[in-house]
Design a protein around this ligand. Sequence first.
Ligand code: FES
Length: 120
Amino acid sequence: METATIPQPTFYLFKCEQSAPSGMSKPACVNEQTQDLYNYLTQGLMQKGIMGPVQAIRTACLGRCQFGPVMLVEPGHYMYCHLSKEKIDKIIDNHILNKEPVIEYLIPEQFWAEPISLGK
Ligand code: FES
C-alpha cells in the first residue's frame, strides 16, 4: 500500500509578535505603529497565492528587540530588521518569489554572527 506524502513549506517566515509589558520602556517588535505588520504579511502572501508553500508564523521575542520589528526567514537564517510594509513587499517579491535576499534590510552582521556552538 502506497503512503501519501505531505510536502514541506519552501519558506518559514518567523515574525516576532512580542510587545513590551505595559509600563516598560524596553524596545519591542509590536507597538501601536507596527501591530498590523503580521496581517499585512499574510495578506501579501495570500494575494500572491503562496500561502502554504510559504508559512508565516507568529513568534515571541527573537532576541534582537532593538532592531525590531524583526522577521527570521528560513531556510538560511536571514534576519530582517526594522520592518515596514514597504520592506515586507520587497522581501516577498525578491527573497521569497525570486530567491534573492534583500541584503540591505538584513540585520548588521556584527549583531547576527555565527550560531552559538553547542560545544559538542
Ligand atoms: S521583541 Fe521582537 S526580537 Fe525581542
